[in-house]
Design a protein around this ligand. Structure first.
Ligand SMILES: O=C(O)CCC(=O)C(=O)O
Length: 314
């Protein structure tokens, strides 16, 4: 008797889905969360290192005595995540993460940067500081944090930006992996992501965005054209993970909860010399793959030179 022909498996693989999602949206959210017990364990250890409250900050007098706006982020030798290196397998070796990143970047990809990111709750930010930073586009609070705590990046919201912003002259050959270590609701400074915004390639910050409906933005990148980008809010459970393209616009509003939001942020780059999924994605972009200047919002000392913030209107 002849065997019945096997039905063709029409379900796309994760690798195919991820590349398709990057081409269409510039991002992929994982359906499966990372190990919640490992997240909770890491979170407890991170929280045990400090109070995520007002004690993080310098006094106004101490800040004004010697203001530094640059060199205030985690760096090798001053990065809290280095202490937990031995327990990051639940992220770095999770099969879905490895499959997705390999699909986009090929084998032997490299981690350019990994760190703990904290959304600082409103109640922890001193009033003098709130008054100074109100309306600024990038409220990375590193400049105002006591030096011993600069092993974490602290945000009180950040306007829509591309992660290419920190990589002048580098091609968009990397992606961001972002992981929530606890449930993140609307009140916990979730990431706002503009799907399809990557299609215009690299663009100088701040970005030309006009709200055109409940969830849509008209996004223009000078001579490279315009696109309607759909806003999606990345709320999620413990272990929620998402990846996005270096040109995908995203941002956060200030943390409105009474506790800090703690996440992990990885930047992962291609090392493979051959063609990979990211080449397929980048071939569909209608703007530049790299920029000679990435931002126009800063004064020479690195302080904010403009007051404007679009994500606050999201
Ligand atoms: O975690 C946040 O609040 C913002 C993170 C972000 O957008 C970034 O680090 O690029």
């Amino acid at each position: 008797m002849n065997a019945m022909p096997k039905p063709r498996d029409l379900t796309p693989s994760l690798a195919e889905t991820v590349v398709d999602d990057f081409i269409r949206d510039g991002a992929h959210r994982f359906g499966e969360t990372l190990d919640p017990a490992a997240c909770a364990d890491l979170l407890a250890q991170i929280r045990a290192t400090r109070e995520f409250g007002a004690a993080l900050f310098l006094t106004e007098e101490a800040f004004d005595a010697d203001p530094h706006y640059t060199g205030v982020n985690p760096k090798p030798g001053r990065n809290l995540l280095e202490r937990f290196e031995a327990q990051l397998d639940f992220v770095e070796h999770a099969p879905q993460i490895v499959e997705a990143v390999t699909a986009l970047l090929g084998p032997d990809y490299e981690v350019l940067n990994k760190k703990v990111v904290c959304g600082v709750p409103a109640g922890a930010v001193p009033n003098w500081l709130k008054a100074r930073i109100a309306g600024n586009p990038v409220n990375n609070l590193g400049a105002y944090v006591r030096p011993q705590y600069r092993d974490v990046t602290y945000f009180y919201g950040i306007d829509f930006h591309q992660d290419l912003i920190d990589y002048k002259d580098r091609e968009a050959d990397f992606l961001t992996l972002y992981v929530y270590l606890h449930p993140v609701s609307r009140a916990d400074a979730p990431l706002y992501l503009l799907e399809g915004s990557h299609r215009l390639g690299g663009a100088v910050f701040p970005h030309n965005l006009t709200r055109i409906g409940d969830r849509d933005w008209l996004y223009r990148n000078a001579e490279h054209g315009e696109v309607v980008a759909r806003q999606t809010v990345l709320t999620g459970e413990t272990g929620f993970a998402a990846i996005w393209h270096a040109c995908t616009l995203h941002g956060t509003q200030p943390d409105a909860a009474d506790h800090e939001r703690i996440s992990l942020r990885y930047l992962i780059a291609r090392r493979h010399a051959g063609r990979t999924g990211i080449d397929e994605v980048n071939a569909t972009l209608q703007g530049p793959l790299s920029l000679t200047a990435t931002r126009a919002d800063l004064a020479a000392d690195g302080s904010a030179a403009i007051k404007s913030n679009t994500v606050l209107k999201a």
